[in-house]
Design a protein around this ligand. Structure first.
Ligand SMILES: Nc1nc2c(ncn2[C@@H]2O[C@H](COP(=O)(O)OP(=O)(O)OP(=O)(O)O)[C@@H](O)[C@H]2O)c(=O)[nH]1
Length: 366
């Protein structure tokens, strides 16, 4: 029996696959953070100047920040840098500013006199938290240990020369807190990584048809949503082939459910052999399969569906079990949502059944 798709897509956001939507949200958040930081910095700079508490060192810190944030905003806005490079650049910039301020405050009291060490030391633990949010479990540990070593090396001559000085105990506390924090973050991120692996396994299971190992209906819906988005944004068309085993009920009735299951597996294998790179074959449910063909027009897809019908019908699937399939083909048009596209392919499949089965029919574009 032809299928009745229930993929109802209402909004643009709904149609974005989760990882893609997540990346776009992160990009928007980064742009907002860069813009807000820049406004905050300009205000802080103005206030500092008007109170007369500025210094050449603070000027340099403000100037570096006031240049860095718009620069990163432009690079992220224009998508000129990969996400990881942006994260790393922000992390290294923050660490560099903290290290420079620490050097100035500990060793150059005249130039760095206006830098408040207590406040600076509040920011350094934030850098470790940031490192663990942007890098992987092991690389964030390596990065954090590297930064801890850097801050320790900067402060070591000061601690050795002036152990009784005002900032010595504060600096020692910073190193102790940093060590405890990095250890805690490392264990937490290990736990998070294990949880993520379990979630990935669950996600893979939730996307896979148990019997055939093919992408299931849910996964195929996501693939179609993604192709619709690509079509909308970049004009790259695609087509669908809906496949239905002919008189599958008879196979089950004659040979039993187990033979029917074997037929489904064998058909999945045979259909897979005809796929190009980038095509997706999935099980839609029952005796029904779907192939998503990116960059294919209606004629290409129809040719492919006819070849598939011939390929399946030519030789028995298993032992002496021969089956035939019928296919309905539709290609995307600008007016399409997932539901309308599936409906046209479904109507074409229905026509193929009506016209005698073991054949492919295409639906006229909407
Ligand atoms: N063995 C097996 N059978 C299944 C499975 N899921 C659905 N079916 C059977 O597949 C058959 C589907 O039949 P229909 O598509 O309704 O009709 P058909 O006999 O194929 O006839 P046409 O589609 O008109 O050619 C039903 O008998 C279902 O019980 C499954 O996982 N394994």
């Amino acid at each position: 029996m032809p299928l009745t798709p229930d993929v109802a897509m209402s909004s643009h956001a709904d149609r974005q696959p989760a990882p893609y939507a997540g990346r776009e949200r992160k990009r928007a958040a980064l742009l907002a953070i860069f813009a807000l930081c820049w406004v905050g910095l300009v205000l802080a700079c103005v206030v500092t100047e008007s109170r007369g508490v500025s210094s050449p060192a603070l000027h340099a810190v403000f100037a570096a920040n006031i240049v860095f944030h718009p620069l990163m905003f432009a690079l992220v806005y224009g998508r000129w840098l990969p996400e990881r490079v942006v994260d790393l650049a922000c992390l290294l910039f923050a660490a560099g500013i903290c290290a420079a301020c620490m050097v100035l405050r500990l060793y150059f009291p005249v130039q760095g006199g206006r830098i408040e060490l207590e406040r600076l030391y509040l920011w350094i633990p934030v850098i470790y938290v940031f490192a663990f949010t942007v890098a992987g479990h092991k690389s964030s540990l390596a990065l954090s240990l590297g930064l801890m070593a850097l801050f320790f090396a900067i402060s070591l001559p000061y601690l050795l020369q002036s152990p009784a000085e005002r900032f010595a105990s504060l600096t020692i506390q910073l190193h102790v807190v940093s060590a405890v924090l990095v250890t805690a973050l490392y264990f937490f991120s290990g736990h998070h990584q294990r949880l993520q692996l379990t979630m990935d396994e669950l996600a893979a299971l939730s996307h896979t048809d148990e019997l055939t190992g093919l992408p299931n209906r849910h996964r195929i819906s996501q693939v179609v949503d993604y192709e619709l988005l690509r079509f909308e944004r970049h004009g790259r068309g695609f087509a669908l082939i809906l496949i239905d085993i002919d008189r599958f009920k008879d196979v089950n009735d004659r040979l039993g459910q187990q033979a029917g299951d074997l037929a489904l597996k064998a058909l999945a294998l045979r259909a897979r052999q005809t796929l190009r790179d980038g095509d997706t074959l999935g099980r839609w449910g029952g005796g029904e399969f779907v192939i998503v063909l990116p960059e294919a027009g209606l004629d290409d897809a129809l040719r492919k569906a006819r070849a598939l019908c011939a390929h399946v019908g030519r030789t028995p699937l298993i032992d002496d079990l021969s089956i035939t399939i019928s296919c309905g083909v539709a290609s995307v048009t600008p007016a399409d949502m997932a539901q309308s596209l599936f409906q046209r392919a479904d109507a074409a499949l229905h026509a193929a059944k009506q016209h005698g089965r073991n054949r492919a029919e295409s639906a006229a574009p909407a």
